[in-house]
Ligand binder design. Structure first.
Ligand code: FHN
Length: 443
């Protein structure tokens, strides 16, 4: 009898809280992780009605705009030039295998026809559900779809803004109510995960709003987000969906990949990446094409094609995917500077992509001259900067190498393998301004 009571209590607890201590990823989730790692390259799309102001997606917070004043943007948002085929096509021709679209950023605006808020794209003069169009187009073009979802909200007053670091000028006075807000997030996530087909990833962002600044000794959260419940809710709806949370910390239980922002795993140029890279979960790093996520009309600080290719390959060498961001304009089109660079990257991926897609990093630590990845019976050595010496040295290669060739012209290169590693002689390696690739065959 006691046992039955105990089991009933446990079942009630699991049903009511969605709380299951241990997270065991479903087989389809583990499979999706492999596919995700094979994909290597994706497009991040930061966009919403904040783009009207041309000052990035943080404009509401940075310019201290209250909810009341910010709401004036709703009747002004009319992205009449939005064309899902063009966005998805730009990603595809760059060699990207997925997109991650902002469904709702910190300003709380929903880019789909949600039942749970009036602060949404279908209440603008444009009136159409952009997520629906993107999801359909992704399916058509064979691109996977990931959804960014902000857990932080500068607009709603049920979000616990009182303890948040940001959103202080919104003019909210009503007491927050996390139970209510959590239910709202669950409702919206139910829509996202039932009405738009298979979703590759749910990309959460905002946890850091409730902690001290990154790098502080105490990084505990002032809010109990009840992630167990939220994550279980997501996984129940689509077990294969990969949950990532941009909390800038070591992954929490229930997460399926770890992300980095503006840093390759192991770096911390951004001041956000104090966390160490997981050696269990897939990794992803995101970066902007200029310096901004959302459309910024004066940001002409564009990264070069070469730098972005190095970022992609550098990420692969560290076993991570690269999520490259665009911030489309308020009319729904993508600025030519981004499109031109994406086209150039596409030329590179068409020729050299096979040395990156499906590969795994971490074979050899990143070196001054470049990085190394492995793929089946091949190792690809990516030389960004030719060293002064006439060889490159790959420390600690365990596999027996049978042949070394220059990827550009198939010419055989001399090599010597010994206990400490492999020396590949590069006298005959043709120069390549971006990345001279050497293919090593494993016996
Ligand atoms: O605040 C956001 C920011 O706007 C952007 O979405 C980036 C993308 O990684 N994440 C947050 C900051 O960590």
């Amino acid at each position: 009898m006691k046992k039955i009571l105990w089991l009933t209590a446990l079942a009630v607890m699991i049903l009511t809280t969605g709380f299951a201590q241990e997270y065991t990823p479903a087989p389809e989730n583990l499979e999706a992780r492999q596919q995700f790692q094979d994909n290597k390259f994706g497009m991040f799309i930061h966009w919403g009605l904040s783009s009207i102001l041309g000052d990035g997606e943080w404009v509401m917070n940075n310019r201290k705009i209250s909810v009341k004043d910010y709401s004036r943007l709703l009747p002004a948002f009319d992205p009449h030039n939005f064309d899902a085929a063009k966005w998805v096509g730009a990603a595809k021709s760059a060699g990207m295998k997925y997109i991650v679209f902002i469904t709702r950023h910190h300003d709380g605006f929903s880019n789909w026809d949600t039942k749970y808020s009036d602060w949404k794209i279908t209440n603008t003069p444009y009136g159409k559900d952009v997520l629906r169009q993107l999801a359909d187009e992704c399916k058509k073009q064979g691109i996977q779809l990931g959804l960014y979802y902000s857990t932080l909200d500068w607009y709603r007053d049920d979000y616990p803004y009182e303890t948040g670091r940001t959103g202080k000028f919104s003019g909210r006075t009503k007491k927050s109510d996390y139970d209510h807000y959590l239910q709202f997030m669950k409702n919206q996530l139910t829509e996202l995960l039932t009405n738009y087909g298979p979703v590759m990833s749910i990309w959460l962002d905002g946890h850091w709003d409730q902690t001290n600044v990154e790098g502080s000794k105490d990084m505990s959260s002032r809010l109990d987000w009840r992630y167990n419940e939220l994550y279980a809710h997501i996984h129940n709806l689509q077990p294969s969906v990969l949950i990532g949370n941009n909390h800038h910390q070591t992954p929490f239980p229930g997460e399926d990949f770890q992300m980095f922002e503006r840093d390759l795993p192991g770096q911390n140029k951004s001041g956000l990446s104090f966390q160490t890279a997981s050696d269990v979960l897939p990794l992803e790093t995101c970066e902007t094409m200029n310096g901004s996520w959302g459309f910024n009309i004066t940001d002409n600080n564009y990264k070069s094609t070469k730098d972005l290719i190095h970022y992609l390959v550098g990420a692969a060498g560290r076993n991570a995917n690269f999520l490259l961001n665009i911030g489309p304009m308020p009319d729904g089109s993508v600025q030519p500077e981004f499109l031109d660079t994406l086209k150039e990257i596409g030329k590179w991926t068409a020729k050299y992509g096979e040395t990156v897609y499906g590969s795994r990093g971490g074979v050899v630590d990143p070196q001054d001259w470049g990085v190394v990845v492995s793929k089946g019976k091949n190792i690809y050595v990516h030389v960004f900067n030719k060293p002064k010496e006439n060889y490159i040295f790959l420390p600690e290669v365990k596999e027996k190498i049978s042949k070394a060739t220059a990827f550009d012209n198939g010419k055989e290169l001399k090599f010597r393998q010994q206990a400490e590693g492999v020396f590949v002689y590069i006298d005959d390696l043709p120069g390549n301004d971006t990345d001279a690739i050497i293919q090593l065959n494993i016996k």
